[in-house]
Ligand binder design. Structure first.
Ligand code: HEC
Length: 143
């Protein structure tokens, strides 16, 4: 663990801060998306099977926190070969940002719904959130 920290610090001091590496940006984006996906599927598993209910709020908060990160992980130059992000993202950024904003606002509603403990609030909030994933993936992510 400590070795890893040293490696990290070494990389940090030896890399010019301004260098925007598309490869790294895309890798980070994919990790962020996986984290979002992890919280999402955790919530679905919890609700479908009624297990670990006490963790629902944690995942709702996790996804809401990641909603602050997601808009920043699509910088110019990060549409590299190993990415499934489609060029349309950067060709019509305004339309993409709208899809992103729909996700952000749905994600921000999730913690409140989870905290209510009411399925009548949780269900619709989760389905609204799920639609925003699909809404973006359908247009901006290749298979
Ligand atoms: C505004 C657009 C947008 C929204 C909203 C969005 N995604 Fe994504 N997602 C993408 C794009 C683009 C990729 C492909 C990224 C890449 O390959 O560089 C992606 C990739 C992913 C991946 C694959 C990551 C990998 O590389 O293994 C998962 C999982 C994922 N998204 C889950 C979700 C979930 C769950 C939601 C909703 C809660 C969501 N996404 C919302 C655009 C979006």
């Amino acid at each position: 663990m400590r070795d890893l920290l040293y490696v990290f610090l070494f990389v940090l001091v030896s890399t010019p801060a301004a260098m925007a590496d598309g490869q790294i940006e895309a890798e980070y984006r994919q990790s962020v998306m996986k984290s979002i996906g992890g919280h999402m599927s955790s919530m679905v598993t919890i609700l479908k099977n009624q297990v670990h209910i006490q963790d629902l709020s944690l995942h709702a908060q996790g996804i809401a926190a990641l909603a602050d990160v997601a808009p920043k992980v699509f910088p110019e130059g990060s549409d590299i070969k190993k990415s499934r992000a489609l060029p349309d993202i950067w060709e019509d950024r305004a339309a993409f940002d709208e899809a992103m904003n729909r996700f952000v606002s749905a994600a921000k509603e999730m913690p409140g719904a989870a905290a209510s403990g009411e399925m009548s609030q949780i269900g619709p909030a989760l389905s609204k959130l799920g639609k925003t994933c699909k809404g973006c993936h359908d247009n901006y992510k290749s298979e």
